[in-house]
Write a protein that binds this ligand. Structure first.
Ligand code: FES
Length: 101
């Protein structure tokens, strides 16, 4: 796996480790357990995390430190999860967030 986030100012990013499967919008991708979800998404070419409420505009990585919420997605049924600071766990089901849900 390449093109990953391998340094992060607040997270202990795993450069290697156990490879797990997660599902993103019904597509299974590989990730390293413990890496930020956003890192796995970027490595798989996924750059849109949510769409805004009013104008339905796409949003993705902006701050990368859990402050802006542009990377929010629905993770295991829970909306507004900031994927840049949430570690990957095996079997996670992740969906692009549309508005507030
Ligand atoms: S990119 Fe800003 S909170 Fe995740």
């Amino acid at each position: 796996m390449s093109d990953r986030v391998d340094q992060h100012c607040i997270l202990d990013v795993k450069k290697t480790g156990r490879t797990v499967k997660i599902t993103v919008d019904d597509k299974e991708i590989e990730a390293y357990e413990g890496e930020p979800i956003l890192s796995a998404l970027l490595a798989s070419g996924i750059k849109i995390n949510r769409y805004t409420v009013k104008k339905h505009e796409p949003r993705g990585l902006f701050c990368g430190i859990g402050q802006c919420s542009d990377c929010s997605m629905v993770v295991d049924g829970k909306a507004n999860v900031r994927t840049c600071i949430t570690p990957v766990k095996e079997g996670m089901v992740i969906k692009t967030q549309d508005g507030l849900k």
